[in-house]
Design a protein around this ligand. Sequence first.
Ligand SMILES: Cc1cc2nc3c(=O)[nH]c(=O)nc-3n(C[C@H](O)[C@H](O)[C@H](O)COP(=O)(O)O)c2cc1C
Length: 291
Amino acid sequence: MMQDNVHRYFATTVGLITTDGKWGQNVMAAEWTMHVSYEPMLIAISIHDSPTLWNIKDREAFGVNIASDDQAALVNIAGGYSGTEIVKLAIPGTFQTYRGSTGVPMLKGCALACECKLVSVQDMGDHVLVIGEALSAEFDEKKYPLIYTRGNYRRLGAKLPSGRKVVRVTETAYAGLAKMAAGQFVLKCAVAQVKSGRKTLYVRSGRSWALPMVAVKKGADYRKALASHLASLGVHAEVKKIAGMQRVTVKSGKQSLRANFIVFSCTAKAEGDGWLLRSPRGLLLKGLLTP
Ligand SMILES: Cc1cc2nc3c(=O)[nH]c(=O)nc-3n(C[C@H](O)[C@H](O)[C@H](O)COP(=O)(O)O)c2cc1C
């Protein structure tokens, strides 16, 4: 048996779902509102049996208006009364509407407003999952969505720092890493920490040294990519477990590149040319790759 009030520990935005139909113009609050497909742009809402659902079935259209953080009072009204009780949209000085192309009322002042045509209605547990395809989208860059969690309305906090270490490298080293990134947003590499006794393997990288590393394609197996890279270097090593991960921002002059390194511990089967006992001078990304 699930504990009570578990739903309070989610954090959501709040959709103000607008409708028109046999039950008249209406608005309800729905925290269970989210987009579920890019193309076509599909939006899901999970609602109970109420005038909102009846109108949606009647007109096969609805408005999804994501409340902005200055619309908490409107959310309270939309969620606190039913269309069976009052015409919420007719309360003076509250909701400001405009007419959408399907005829449903849409709300002004929201973070995002999408007019949707009905795609599917499906019973889902104790609610009904309604999916609509967005026909249009209006948004305001200056408005941020209201957040609902633990029964309270909140504003979004400050943007979080990336948590990446900043590593400065030479222009040449930077160019090498940028080449490996091949235009990708974040360079994602598998790195080998090949140990044989107290020795670690380093490979030449231009005029400096580095742990053997290879950029891994999206979706590809990191261990396999690293094993074949080591084999291509003529290194006979077994790729073992992940020793650590480093997320860094590599900088050179004004250029910067985000890079993630998954470091694998490896054991050598035979010693190769590049064996060095300790970090050589000019080690690329020194210290970072030897967790
Ligand atoms: C913040 C908030 C979020 C809500 N989220 C949902 C929801 O996701 N689904 C739902 O069925 N009801 C939700 N409700 C309750 C409905 O908004 C409420 O029952 C409303 O009166 C229904 O309107 P209607 O009867 O006019 O259709 C929420 C209420 C509040 C205050």
